[in-house]
Design a protein around this ligand. Structure first.
Ligand code: HEC
Ligand code: HEC
Length: 224
């Protein structure tokens, strides 16, 4: 019961928090974009509020971990948010407020932060990522073999062995929160995220059903 009610209330609260933060900080940033004055590897205040002091993200609010993601991938996402290729009401305002140089600096800064394991104990909803044996097997299958009948290529064929990412090709998935992976897959599936060159991810996501998305998101989030 407790786990169930937490599951129902956790995400909306987190999302509401992010929206409130977004409004407050978009104003602050319009006045002063991040100075890029902190040392390499340190987070920058406006980003830190949502992505955490160590770039670890905020699972319940679908805020991705960005620590240790490649600078090239992070820069592309910031550019895409800024020019609307990747449309997101929260990130749009932050990315637009930055110069091209500032986007490069921030991307480089987060890329060198270690992608530390998410603190399971501190997670407000640890139950949501626990997979049963069937989901675990399905997640592993999609990651390593894909699904030939449904024309889904193995995730790891692009995202690297164990989903650790491939420089200049695809981001890491391993250790990313299940909540964010699910929201990212759904946005590709529903065409609300369209910044994947050649529709590589949209074509994959459209072949997945809800059970697949739950399995593969839980699977990758459980790998550190
Ligand atoms: C108000 C909360 C908030 C703040 C502040 C914020 N972000 Fe985000 N960020 C998000 C959310 C939510 C997403 C996921 C949006 C989506 O689904 O497209 C995101 C996504 C991203 C992504 C894409 C990551 C990926 O895996 O594709 C990058 C890069 C990023 N943010 C960088 C930054 C930087 C740099 C700053 C500071 C200038 C910043 N963010 C400030 C909430 C925030
Ligand atoms: C043909 C190559 C390819 C395959 C196969 C593939 N992906 Fe991707 N994926 C990509 C690329 C490229 C991106 C980055 C798109 C961009 O530039 O934003 C991506 C992005 C993603 C993202 C967004 C990550 C983030 O931080 O926002 C998720 C989630 C994802 N893929 C999950 C999967 C899963 C799950 C599978 C297997 C079912 C899979 N991918 C198979 C190429 C692929």
């Amino acid at each position: 019961m407790i786990a169930g009610s937490r599951r129902l209330t956790g995400a909306p609260k987190g999302v509401a928090l992010v929206c409130a933060l977004a409004f407050a900080m978009a104003c602050a940033m319009a006045a002063a974009a991040p100075s890029a004055a902190s040392k390499p590897g340190e987070a920058v205040a406006p980003c830190e509020a949502c992505h955490g002091a160590h770039g670890e993200g905020m699972a319940a609010a679908h805020v991705p971990r960005i620590a240790g993601q490649s600078a090239q991938y992070l820069k592309k996402q910031l550019d895409d948010y800024a020019d609307g290729t990747r449309d997101n009401p929260v990130m749009r305002n932050f990315a637009k407020a930055l110069s091209d140089q500032q986007r490069s600096t921030l991307a480089a800064r987060y890329a060198v932060m270690p992608a530390t394991p998410r603190p399971q104990a501190a997670s407000p909803r640890p139950q949501t990522t626990a997979l049963d044996a069937v989901q675990q097997a399905r997640g592993h299958q999609l990651a390593y073999q894909g699904d030939e009948q449904r024309r889904v290529a193995a995730c790891n064929s692009c995202h690297g062995p164990d989903g650790v990412g491939v420089l200049h090709a695809a981001p890491y998935l391993a250790g990313q929160s299940a909540d964010y992976l699910t929201s990212a897959l759904k946005s590709f599936q529903q065409d609300t995220r369209r910044n994947d060159a050649g529709e590589l991810m949209r074509s994959v996501a459209k072949q997945l059903d809800d059970a697949d998305i739950a399995a593969i998101s839980g699977y990758f989030s459980s790998i550190q």
